[in-house]
Design a protein around this ligand. Structure first.
Ligand code: AMP
Ligand code: MG
Length: 365
């Protein structure tokens, strides 16, 4: 008799809670299905913080995603070994030493150096020398190390060293993969393009390993792969915040992007203040002094190396000439006008942008 009462009780309890159990199970299945696996890792490389994030669909193995991230970091380390002129053994240091000793070539170089030098040459030509990797002797006069204790160099010394700055003194032979110098003492600095190039290479490694959704961010040089979360077309685009150059915690815009690169160059990255004036690391190759033409420049393109070089070039050219360079680039590359977009904070803080940027930009109050 007692047993029968218990079973009746159980039945009536089940009647009430069963629907809740069913809903909970269905919710868990739905939640598990839509959930993505995210792996993020951060390393100090390329003189900055490099962060790589990859996303896989639910059930994807985390260790495989980790391996992909590790391979991407290895690729970045490889590019750094080639392009860092402050490492004696790097390829670029070797080239600089040869040019110093009057060995002007032709000198055989790696595919990576050829690609970076060739893209540099194109951006130099189209920007009328605003981007110029032979600016190294001038950079070495300034001290923009992050402690902000640099000093303005001697004017005569700047003038003397300016004679060594001319991108036309470097000839790149793509066919034979050789570089020649036209002037003894020419010195190359890939600081304005190598980060972007390394980001492209890392993104390529991730793609080849099957990653369909991810971000490679080397201190503001960013490539996004696919859409956020599993990379399904039609998913959410990645939202990339663009820093307010005068407020490290603020943003001036948020860009919505998929399969694209975005790079920002700013006067707030490495600088010092002397007598109330800001001296920063983007040099006008015509004067040898930091450029006053912009405060920050953001470029969106399909390729991070190009966005990197263009951001530096546009910074030096200033908003009006910079926007013309973007247009000229889009037309000459034949990709249509929207292949390159830019957002420029002018010297007085005014915002300038290309027409197509509005389509991917979220306005902030
Ligand atoms: P970014 O942060 O990409 O604008 O690059 C700035 C870095 O590029 C500097 O730290 C220098 O190493 C180098 N650089 C500075 N001015 C120029 C220039 N006008 N053209 C090419 N590279 C430059
Ligand atoms: Mg750059």
């Amino acid at each position: 008799m007692r047993k029968r009462v218990d079973s009746l009780k159980l039945k009536s309890i089940l009647k009430y809670i069963l629907p809740f159990i069913v809903v909970a199970v269905l919710f868990s299945v739905w939640y598990f299905k839509r959930r993505t696996v995210t792996v993020t890792d951060t390393r100090l490389m390329l003189g900055t913080v490099v962060e790589i994030t990859v996303m896989g669909e639910a059930g994807e193995r985390r260790d495989i995603l980790y391996e992909a991230v590790e391979s991407a970091f290895l690729k970045i380390a490889e590019i750094e070994t080639i392009a860092d002129r402050h490492t004696a053994k790097s390829e670029i240091s070797k080239l600089n030493r040869m040019a110093k000793e009057g060995e002007l070539g032709p000198i055989p170089v790696s595919d990576e150096i050829i690609e970076m030098l060739d893209l540099s040459r194109i951006v130099s030509e189209r920007s009328d020398g605003a981007f110029d990797i032979t600016v190294a002797p001038i950079i070495d006069l300034w001290d923009f190390s992050s402690d902000g204790k640099g000093r303005v160099p001697d004017e005569d010394e700047i003038r003397k060293r300016l004679k060594l700055v001319d991108y036309r003194n470097v000839a790149v032979e793509k066919g034979t993969k050789e570089v020649s110098f036209r002037k003894t003492g020419t010195r190359l600095d890939l600081g304005g393009i190598a980060k972007g190039y390394a980001v492209d290479e890392a993104a390529e490694v991730l793609r080849k390993l099957g990653i369909k959704s991810g971000v490679v961010n080397a201190g503001g040089d960013i490539a996004v792969i696919g859409y956020k979360g599993g990379g399904k077309k039609g998913g959410d685009p990645w939202r990339i915040g663009i820093q307010d150059p005068r407020n490290p915690k603020g943003l001036i815009a948020v860009l919505r992007l998929n399969d694209a690169s975005v790079v920002t160059s700013g006067d707030y990255e490495r600088y010092f203040i002397e007598n109330g004036k800001r001296y920063h690391h983007i040099i006008d190759p015509k004067t040898g002094y930091p450029s006053d033409s912009s405060i920050s420049v953001t470029v969106v393109a399909k390729n991070t190396a190009l966005a990197d070089a263009l951001a530096t070039a546009i910074f030096v050219l200033g908003p009006e000439r910079g926007l013309r360079l973007v247009k000229d680039f889009a037309e000459k590359t034949g990709d249509g006008e929207n292949s390159v977009e830019a957002l420029i904070v002018g010297p007085k803080g005014k915002l300038f942008k290309t027409e197509g940027l509005s389509k991917i930009m979220e306005y902030l109050d």
